[in-house]
Design a binder for this molecule. Structure first.
Ligand SMILES: NC(=O)c1ccc[n+]([C@@H]2O[C@H](COP(=O)([O-])OP(=O)(O)OC[C@H]3O[C@@H](n4cnc5c(N)ncnc54)[C@H](O)[C@@H]3O)[C@@H](O)[C@H]2O)c1
Length: 331
């Protein structure tokens, strides 16, 4: 089996789970890159890495490194992703694809050119695509078990005070709705059928004053099919009650994910149809998926265009919250 050099650029908080995923794959040589070289050294020490770099441009010059896994603050996504794609690397890029549509378009175009020129793969690391209850809910919708879905809900409520670049609007690109909420926007679009027509939203900022962006956001997504999506996101809720991560309501039944996915069809008690494994499990899984795509040539599960639509819906929500208007797509 051909050996694959895999370098994580940005060895901070989320990199640990990426390293766990990459190091569990056969034939992978792990490397780390961070401007804070100690972070790269520590991570590589823990996962048996083969080397560390301070400068990402040096990573891109190394032929043995075939896959670059970008785990950087949002304002650096475009610069590093485009450079890596132009250097002919396969690129796995943490969500959000970027924080503006122009940056997202630059990345998508660079990925298209790199695919044509070098045959490289590109995927946005939207880990909730690998969340078993969401995968099962999508399957049940597809099989028609819920009849005609009319409402898709996604909820993520917590109390969380971010630090560092996450507090700054120009580095983060937004607040809780962009950072955490985009996962739940992704699942709502996926389960709602994908054809987004318009977004109506509110954001609030009353609890987590340490950050410049909003700490909470609530959006309604209208799909062209008539399905309605509802995404509720907060980092400012103290001891929130448990709400389903996702719920889909249809003419013949309901699915909701509390501690696993429950299916209720007319006239029957709800039954558990899928377990929820712990959330962090999804990230090593998505890394293994991407490495598998590089090896086999299969298409990655999350395309740049899907991640762009997630971002467009978040930006439409911001626009709606700012103007008080319902915002139609495309932006
Ligand atoms: N999938 C998820 O659930 C999830 C969870 C957390 C974070 N993320 C995403 O992962 C990305 C990183 O987030 P994080 O929480 O790990 O951030 P972090 O701040 O913990 O880590 C970022 C790292 O990048 C390094 N860095 C900064 N500039 C650099 C440069 N020019 N070259 C090399 N290294 C540089 C920093 O020193 C730091 O170690 C973001 O896109 C974020 O949205 C995803």
């Amino acid at each position: 089996m051909e050996r694959l050099g895999f370098c994580i650029i940005g060895c901070g908080g989320i990199a640990h789970l990426h390293a766990e995923g990459a190091s569990s794959c056969e034939g992978v040589d792990l490397y780390g890159c961070d401007i804070d070289i100690k972070r790269a050294e520590e991570l590589m020490g823990e996962f048996g890495g083969k080397g560390v770099f301070r400068d990402y441009e040096e990573v891109l010059r190394r032929e043995e490194i075939r896959i670059v896994d970008i785990c950087l603050p949002h304002h650096l996504h475009r610069e590093v992703a485009v450079a890596a794609l132009e250097a002919g690397k396969h690129v796995l890029l943490e969500k959000p694809i970027a924080s503006t549509l122009k940056e997202a378009d630059d990345i998508i175009e660079a990925a298209r050119r790199a695919k044509e020129r070098f045959g490289t793969k590109f995927m946005v690391a939207e880990c909730w695509r690998f969340y078993p209850p969401a995968v099962k809910a999508a399957q049940l919708i597809e099989e028609g078990v819920l009849g005609e879905p009319f409402l898709v809900q996604a909820n993520t409520f917590a109390y969380y005070v971010p630090s560092g670049w996450r507090r700054k609007l120009d580095e983060m690109g937004g607040g809780a709705f962009l950072d955490r909420g985009i996962h739940f926007v992704h699942m709502t679009i996926w389960l709602g059928g994908g054809d987004v027509e318009a977004v109506f939203a509110r954001t609030t900022h009353r609890t987590v004053r340490e950050m410049e962006g909003e700490d909470s956001g609530f959006a309604m997504i209208d799909f062209k099919s008539g399905v309605v999506g509802q995404v509720n996101v907060s980092w400012g809720t103290i001891s929130p009650p448990r709400l389903p991560n996702i719920a889909v309501y249809g003419s013949e039944g309901t699915v909701y994910d509390l501690d696993g996915l429950y299916l209720a069809v007319k006239g029957r008690e709800p039954v558990k149809v899928e377990e929820s494994r712990l959330e962090p499990w999804m990230i090593p899984e998505e890394v293994r998926h991407f490495i598998g795509c590089v090896r086999t040539g299969a298409e990655p599960a999350v395309t740049g265009e899907m991640a762009r639509l997630d971002l467009e819906v978040v930006l439409a929500a911001y626009e709606s919250a700012r103007t008080g208007e319902r915002v139609t797509l495309p932006l």
